[in-house]
Design a binder for this molecule. Structure first.
Ligand code: LLP
Length: 423
């Protein structure tokens, strides 16, 4: 019998065994150990297809925001599918190149690009720099002139729109460090258009992450289109409009719009305002990979207590930092559910911090040695993982076409000590 997990395509119980694309996770855990990240390639491609449907017949470039999951095997999936990449560091650029991505389809975001990062990005010929401050414009101009080239730029506008999400992942408000203030954008474009090392190609805006309603997108779009109109009226043509990423996923009954539904609405607005024929760029991260991944972890100990029961597992905040950082909710389910009643417990890791929890007050019927899956672990988990407590980072497996491919070996202690030396 097959029971699909709602909101987690290609992850299902088959005869009481949780599977990814039909492969039992328990078998993968036995072969590769735990904690183990397992991803469904088909789920990533389905998520991408929703965007592709949304943009059918339009000039659009989907640039996967690789900060969500920058493992080479994941990048390779999106590179093969024709995606570009939204990067935020020189390191991410090298990952794109190593995964076979096309530099010309790379856009470089971020408030703190260094000269060295700019130089390398210009040398490999990236598609566009999303410039985030007036100071950055001058430095980029200088670096480009030094190389005898012109840097393609768009300016990231801070539209002052509330994305109605967690404050740490809201980026389009005046108090955030991102982008150039809406009221300074026009004059900044006029200045940039005059600099010999720059070539204005677009405009960009990204208002936040895990956005679950369409309102903030529609508001931001209006604000950006007002600017495009004003900038072009001042004689600076804008070739592409980049709407950023940010579409949320279902972690805990969240109901974000589907990418194609959202884009049908946004494109209707673009058409109504006469901008439907432009080149569009988008930078989705989480919505392409978040629900394509799980983290499998083993129950080490059950520790009943007067106030709290604890279920101590072998994954921790170094593997899955989102609960500790944002009090984020991830569903946690057994790989082989047991019959009978469960108990309420906190699922915690071995790290020496009270903040090291993965789930609070979860109703679980588990014994030590059981395996659990932390769901929605495809985005901002491995890419934010660390070696805290000298814990090796987990291994990763990508399931595709009925086969499990190891895309990252578990860190060894030698891996961790490699760059250190005694005095
Ligand atoms: N473009 C830019 C310029 C961004 O800063 C981001 C995310 C994205 C695109 C992709 O956003 P997405 O589609 O993934 O929502 N660590 C946090 C999320 C941080 C997002 C940072 N910027 C978390 O775990 O929720």
């Amino acid at each position: 019998m097959t029971a699909q997990l709602p909101g987690h395509p290609h992850i299902a119980y088959v005869d009481n065994a949780l599977c990814v694309e039909g492969l039992p996770l328990a078998d993968l855990a036995r072969t590769h150990g735990t904690p183990l990240f397992v991803y469904s390639q088909q789920s990533m491609l389905d998520a991408l297809a929703a965007y592709q449907r949304g943009f059918a017949g339009r000039k659009a470039q989907i640039c996967y925001a690789m900060k969500a999951n920058s493992s080479l095997g994941v990048l390779q999936v999106f590179a093969k599918a024709g995606c570009g990449f939204d990067i935020v560091s020189g390191g991410e650029l090298e990952r794109v190149l190593a995964a076979g991505g096309d530099a010309a389809k790379v856009i470089f975001s971020g408030v703190g690009k260094s000269r060295a990062e700019m130089k390398r990005a210009l040398q490999v010929g990236i598609g566009c720099f999303n410039v985030e401050s007036e100071a950055e414009i001058d430095v980029l101009n200088e670096v480009a002139l030094g190389l005898g080239v012109r840097a393609p730029i768009s300016i990231r506008v801070n539209p002052n729109v509330d994305a109605q999400t967690h404050p740490y992942i809201s980026t389009g408000l005046k108090g955030n460090k991102f982008g150039i203030a809406h009221e300074r954008t026009l004059q900044t474009y006029q200045r940039a258009a005059q600099l010999p090392g720059l070539k204005v190609v677009g405009i960009d805006c990204h208002i936040g992450s895990q956005i679950t309603s369409e309102g903030p997108y529609l508001d931001a779009m209006d604000r950006v289109l007002d600017l495009v109109q004003a900038i072009e009226a001042a004689g600076v043509p804008i070739h592409h409009i980049d709407f950023g990423g940010g579409l949320g996923i279902n972690y805990n009954g969240d109901t974000p719009p589907a990418a194609d539904t959202l884009w049908a609405k946004l494109l209707a607005k673009l058409d109504a305002r006469g901008y439907g024929e432009r080149q569009f760029m988008i930078e989705p991260g989480r919505s392409l990979v978040g629900n394509a991944g799980v983290c499998v972890t083993e129950v080490l100990y059950l520790k009943p207590g007067e106030q709290k029961n604890f279920c101590i597992v072998d994954a921790a905040m170094n593997d899955l930092p989102r609960p500790a950082m944002y009090e984020a909710f991830h569903q946690i389910v057994p790989l082989s559910p047991r019959a009978g009643k469960g108990e309420v417990m906190d699922v915690v890791g071995p790290i020496c911090e009270s903040g090291d929890w993965l789930g609070r007050d979860r109703d679980l019927n588990v014994h030590s040695g059981d395996l659990l899956a932390v769901l929605s672990a495809g985005a901002y988990c491995m890419s934010m993982s660390s070696n805290y407590n000298t814990r090796g980072r987990a291994a990763e497996v990508l399931v595709s076409g009925g086969k499990a491919h190891v895309i990252r070996q578990r860190d060894t202690v030698a891996d961790q000590l490699r760059n250190e030396q005694l005095v």
